[in-house]
Ligand binder design. Structure first.
Ligand code: FES
Length: 200
């Protein structure tokens, strides 16, 4: 009896039948598919649920990290509508008594009563600084017109008849009328006598 394989090889119609049958099996298998189906893209749904669960933040989170609000990335715009370089109060720098140019400086005779001396003071430096330049240990604290540590008194009348205050923030009108001045921000405008270390 012949081996079946040898029988098939020796029989061309049988070979054709075997090839056709194999192709049919492969074709049917591919038509049936594997049964796998892609899952629905749920990323948006998940994000929506997470957004609803996360409370609003009170500060802007950077870029894409914000979920459920928090807003806009916190970017700082570079410049406004043509306002670049302007100061908030519209003051473009201005000039105060300390900005008087050297060739316009004036000098006045000022008597420091407690020190027992009369000196020439310029109108472009505060009384306090010029008194210190004389070597006197005058009282002060803030040096910005925001306390009364440097206060002194001009006995001859309202202090602003003799000095210009550059942004003093402590003295009342009545105190100025009574001769008090804050020497750290007071620039001479006339000759006068002053008692340092005198506060209202
Ligand atoms: S030192 Fe403070 S107001 Fe002059």
């Amino acid at each position: 009896m012949l081996n079946p394989l040898i029988t098939t090889i020796a029989n061309p119609p049988a070979i054709v039948l075997a090839v056709v049958a194999t192709l049919l099996v492969v074709l049917v298998g591919s038509l049936k598919g594997t049964g796998w189906e892609p899952t629905t893209d749920i990323s948006d749904e998940v994000l929506q649920k997470r957004a609803a669960a996360v409370p609003e933040t009170e500060f802007p989170e950077p870029g894409n990290r914000s979920i459920g609000g928090g807003g806009g990335g916190g970017a700082i715009p570079a410049g406004g509508d043509g306002e670049e370089g302007e100061l908030e109060d519209g003051d473009a720098g201005g000039s105060g008594p300390g900005d008087i140019p050297e060739d316009e400086v004036e000098y006045f005779e000022v008597e420091f009563v407690k020190q027992g001396e009369t000196v020439e003071l310029s109108n472009n430096e505060p009384i306090l600084e010029q008194g210190e330049d004389e070597g006197w240990d005058l009282p002060y604290a803030c040096r910005q017109g925001q306390c009364v540590s440097c206060a002194g008194r001009i006995a001859d009348g309202p202090s602003e008849d003799f000095v210009e205050h550059d942004n003093q923030q402590m003295l009342e009108e009545a105190e100025i009328d009574d001769g008090y001045t804050l020497t750290c921000v007071a620039y001479p405008r006339d000759s006068f006598s002053i008692e340092t270390g005198e506060a209202p």
